[in-house]
Design a protein around this ligand. Structure first.
Ligand SMILES: Nc1ncnc2c1ncn2[C@@H]1O[C@H](COP(=O)(O)OP(=O)(O)O)[C@@H](O)[C@H]1O
Ligand SMILES: [Mg+2]
Length: 362
């Protein structure tokens, strides 16, 4: 029990985020999300655009604008400092506006989709990186900081960093800019990094090399990562645990093996089926569009797009049902009264493929 507690980094229960639109209207965007992250774990948040991934993760930094954030629990069990394993419990719900400064960047880092959100075009990257290390007790001189930063940039794939560090952001390519941002976020050695679609804006040819850095961050720096992507195939590569989001809720969660070899929710089925694979195969796309969060009716918001929807789906939203220690899904198909459904041939093929990838034999 104590061991488990020491392993736990973030524990969120029933997170709800609403936005005020104008004076009266309040739209609920995140509708009760539970999220647990262990140390050194990479968790994936996946779902189509608009499902609430960014709003969920930004609430961990209190950087959503005009929001009302509520939860039953929002705890961060952070290390006192890099070389002190003692745990400090931070109740994120109780933090005052000025106290977030101690969390943002220092305990929880954020890598946005567009590196230019984090980089100031008018300052050299050396100046910007040095800002991150302001008042950092690990260093006794500026020279020490600079040599640490050069080393870090080199480690994250910036060749000739000693010279490049004096340059302005615009002299770097998109992929290189994102590498600088990653180095900048890691420099402060946070406990957790939120990477929100960090490669979506990059050229597909450089995406893979940037993605590979996340595995290094976890292994070499003991940092946990929340990796957000609308693309489930990106998540498949390195996330230990996956949360599938739809309309502001988690509709399925499980280990990478649970999700890819035994998916249970029709929405997860659709995401997996729509992974582009064979150029000759007709690409499946999920019918319909994500719901309007301002006008959610009764029932399961996915029902209208769900070919397996039953009467109950239009009347009552299903809650998460636990099917194993690690795996849960919110679908009426798990109800004992539900008919058995046949998966599409395409999906069966994909599942077979992932079983091979993960070395699972029948
Ligand atoms: N500042 C805001 N005010 C009102 N609605 C917002 C705001 N930011 C995001 N939303 C809405 O919240 C929903 C979820 O957005 P988001 O978390 O960005 O989705 P994702 O990251 O999964 O694409 C969307 O419907 C979006 O329109
Ligand atoms: Mg987003």
């Amino acid at each position: 029990m104590n061991q488990e507690k020491n392993d736990l980094l973030l524990d969120i229960k029933n997170l709800q985020v609403s936005f005020k639109i104008g004076k009266k209207k309040v739209i609920k965007i995140v509708r009760g999300v539970d999220l647990k992250i262990k140390r050194k774990q990479i968790i994936g948040l996946v779902g189509e655009s608009g499902s609430g991934k960014s709003v969920t993760s930004k609430s961990l930094l209190s950087i959503n604008e005009f929001d009302i954030t509520e939860a039953e629990k929002m705890m961060l069990y952070s290390k006192k400092s890099i070389d002190n394993d003692e745990i400090e419990t931070v109740d994120l719900l109780k933090l005052k506006r000025n106290e977030w400064i101690k969390i943002r960047g220092k305990k929880i880092g954020y890598i946005p989709q567009d590196p230019l959100t984090s980089l100031n075009p008018t300052r050299t990257i050396k100046k910007q990186l040095l800002d991150v290390l302001k008042n950092d007790p690990r260093f006794s001189s500026k020279a020490e900081k600079i040599s640490y930063l050069i080393d870090l940039l080199e480690k994250f794939g910036i060749r000739n960093a000693k010279e490049k560090i004096n340059h302005y952001p615009h002299t770097f390519s998109g992929g290189m800019k994102q590498r600088v941002v990653i180095a900048m976020v890691v420099a402060a050695r946070p406990d957790l990094i939120i990477a929100d679609e960090p490669t979506t804006a990059l050229d597909p040819t450089v995406q893979a090399s940037v993605l590979a850095l996340f595995e290094e961050i976890r292994t070499n720096y003991n940092i946990s990562i929340i990796f957000i992507s609308h693309n489930i195939s990106v998540i498949a590569k390195f996330c230990d645990y996956i949360y599938v989001m739809y309309a502001g809720k988690v509709v399925e969660r499980g280990t990478k093996i649970d999700i890819f070899t035994n998916p249970l929710h029709p929405y997860t089925w659709a995401l997996i089926t729509s992974i582009p694979e064979d150029k000759n195969e007709k690409l499946y796309s999920i019918p319909g569009t994500p719901p309007d969060m301002a006008n959610l009716g009764v029932g399961d918001p996915f029902a209208t797009r769900n070919q397996y929807a039953m009467e109950i789906d239009f009347k009552k939203e299903p809650s998460l049902i636990k099917v194993s220690e690690t795996h849960s899904a919110a679908t009426w198909l798990l109800d004992p009264r539900a008919p058995k459904v046949e998966l599409s041939e395409q999906l069966k093929k994909r599942i077979q493929f992932f079983r091979k990838v993960f070395n699972i034999n029948d």
